[in-house]
Design a protein around this ligand. Structure first.
Ligand code: NAD
Ligand code: ZN
Ligand code: ZN
Length: 343
């Protein structure tokens, strides 16, 4: 089968021919129907040797929708043919976080591969081997192209937004970065709260997408976004900042716009930082969080939102042969929503 493999740090993936895996025991083989591309894939390929706690070679692709093609002898063969999405954080399943349904924070993951396409073979291939059935969530009625981005862009957005909806309710929200993650987070915020939401993106096409998806206003910088929010009539300051960029230019602009009691959720891995100190640059009652991916139950909820039509992925598709072009387009800001590869 063909697979897009990262063979060394600092290089694009190579499309190569590899053996199709054969599942044994608890393993499930999926035929990949669609796989989304994430800005994190670029961070991974660009990583310096030793920067990440795993090594190439491995097949990229951590946003996967597929069909069960074969199972090991420990898996019910009635699974064959099921359409599923992959929960890509492959936690141990029995540490105290995994047993509490907080698989994204599995105590055994730090220091090694994260899961599907992140240190272990992922879904930018014709088939992907999933180690256990518990990493699958059924998605029988969603088109695979729409389902694949839910597993990271949707899941991470949900995990970043859902637990702050109470604060957002009736308040002001600045959403920074309307790309793969941000365009889904925006839909969740608009559908699930009566927050005023201003979306910030440096790309005009992303701002247009944000307006189509229900942003109350858009801006090209954090400061301009906070001004637009203040102009909407709920008073000054931002209650909830959700930063899907996380670059120095965005995180450094946050303290000046946060309202007292405000919260900053940094999701983007753009190398920015915030100084956490009392009584300095941040208003009283600030809080920060830097969520990682999302839990299995979150993914079930996200699939439910998509099935109900509450959210939907905007996508541009590419055949697997053009995966290099797809990554180039992502890197140069030519994708609105999510790039999805169809093997
Ligand atoms: P994307 O490329 O699809 O979207 C990023 C958007 O941000 C683009 O629309 C871009 O125009 C915009 N942007 C870039 N610089 C900006 C700036 N300075 N100000 C305003 N807008 C700016 O990326 P994505 O796949 O949605 O990922 C977003 C970030 O989240 C990446 O850093 C990615 O690595 C990270 N990520 C984190 C997690 C996590 O678990 N925390 C999971 C997935 C992705
Ligand atoms: Zn990702
Ligand atoms: Zn665990």
């Amino acid at each position: 089968m063909r697979a897009a493999r990262l063979t060394s740090w600092g290089s694009p993936p190579e499309l190569v021919e590899v053996d199709r895996p054969v599942p044994t025991g608890s393993q499930v083989l999926l035929r990949v129907d669609a796989a989304g591309l994430c800005q994190s894939d670029l961070h991974v390929m660009d990583a310096l040797p030793g920067q990440l706690p795993y090594e190439p070679p491995f097949t990229l692709g951590h946003e996967v929708a597929g069909t069960v093609a074969a199972v090991g002898d420990g898996v019910d063969p009635r699974r064959l043919g099921d359409r599923v999405v992959v929960h890509g954080v492959w936690g141990c399943g029995d540490c105290r976080n995994c047993v509490r349904g907080r698989e994204s924070y599995c105590l055994r993951l730090p220091g090694g591969p994260v899961g599907c396409g992140l240190g272990l073979d992922g879904g930018l291939a014709e088939y992907v081997l999933v180690p256990e059935e518990r990493f699958l969530v059924d998605s029988p009625s969603l088109p695979a192209i729409e389902a694949a981005p839910l597993t990271d862009a949707g899941l991470t957005a949900f995990h970043a937004v859902d637990r702050h909806l109470r604060l957002a309710e009736g308040g002001t929200v600045l959403l920074i970065g309307v790309g793969g993650l941000g365009h889904l987070a925006l839909q969740m915020l608009r559908a699930q709260s009566v927050a005023l939401v201003v979306a910030v993106d440096t790309r005009p096409a992303a701002r247009d997408l944000a307006l189509r998806l229900g942003a109350h206003a858009v801006a090209d910088s954090v400061a301009a976004g906070a001004e637009r929010l203040a102009g909407l009539g709920r008073g000054p300051g931002v209650d909830l900042v959700i930063d899907f960029v996380g670059a120095p230019s965005t995180t450094s602009a946050v303290p000046a716009v946060l309202a007292p009691g405000g919260r900053v959720v940094v999701v983007g891995s753009g190398g920015g930082s915030l100084e956490a100190a009392k009584g300095r640059t941040l208003p009283n009652g600030w809080s920060f969080t830097a969520p990682f991916w999302g839990h299995r139950a979150d993914l079930e909820a996200v699939v439910g939102l998509a099935e109900a039509g509450t959210i939907s992925s905007s996508t541009r598709t590419y055949p697997l042969e053009r995966v290099g072009q797809a990554f180039d387009d992502l890197r140069s800001g030519r994708i609105d929503g999510r790039a999805v590869v169809v093997p």
